[in-house]
Write a new protein. Sequence first.
Length: 379
Amino acid sequence: MNAGLAPWACHPAASRGRRIAEPPSPPRSEHQRDRDRIVHSTAFRRLVYKTQVFVNHEGDLFRTRLTHSLEVAQLGRSVARMLALNEDLVEAIALAHDLGHTPFGHAGQDALHDCMRAHGGFEHNLQSLRVVDALEARYPDFDGLNLTFETREGILKHCSRRNAERLVRAEPGGPAQRFLDGGEPSLEAQLVNLADEMAYNTHDIDDGVRSGLVTLAAFDEVPLFARLHADVRSAHPQLAGRRLLFEVMRRMLSAMVADLVATTAAAIAAAGPADADAVRRAPPLVRFSGGLRAELDALKRFLFARLYRHPQVMHTTGIARQAVVELFSAYRAAPHEMPEDYAAAPDLERAVADYIAGMTDRFALREHQRLTGRDIFAA
Ligand code: MG
């Protein structure tokens, strides 16, 4: 059944299973089944109108969380196949990794965390797990999607100690246990983490240039970009504009994938883990070479300073933050403005956070206008 998977991959037959046992669904593996449940979830469909960097109404061509998640799944699966890891598990984790993100990208999340500071805070990784464990309401016998341990482990990428203690009290040995005991997640989870980084580093260059906020020439300050840009110019001297940019990005993705596969294969060979559990006790094995890691860190610093911190992006995200804060106060003061399930929940602040976190950018703006009477992006 597991022909083709490396011994250190997560083998579906060795899954730690679901919180509520279910009969198998052949011929699908348990991880394929997780992937299918994620694709059919409500939270997944909403990713199409959630922002990555730009607010959704700014343009139709920028990445949203849905297209970002598809790119992460594509990169993750390619690498998983080269390393004989579990492609279906990688795909499931990749498609679910951003389900807990609020509207308006990081601005929305920071604002919601501020609102929730006295009520347990808000972490998007934890929220992604909360979506698949509790908030999706579509099965007769359980809340959430009842996913396997391995998919849930991959979704919970970060977790504060306080939240990990709370999760472990409810589920000893669950995906939060490693944040108390130390240890790494599976290779598939580690891989999605870096596929996420490969995807956003590349697509934020594309979106940055497309937005007109950063010029293609400015990216030559980044050594990795400059090197590949020079290669493309010498191979295709006539190339210009978007095709030039696409070719540089294509080479950047190829360079990252090749480096990741070679470095990781060597790290696995050196560590020699017997199985997936030995991987969890080893240091991180999925990684870039030291040289490429340094180049990617330089690219991230550039994107942070020149794109994420660009005055126009800061202006928009400042307004988005304000919208989330005002929405939070409005629902808290008038819970009946939320659907009955949320209005009647025992923990009002958590219910407000769950409701807002589930919104798309445009629904959040419509609700903001309905509740405050103001169009926050007008003027
Ligand atoms: Mg992501």
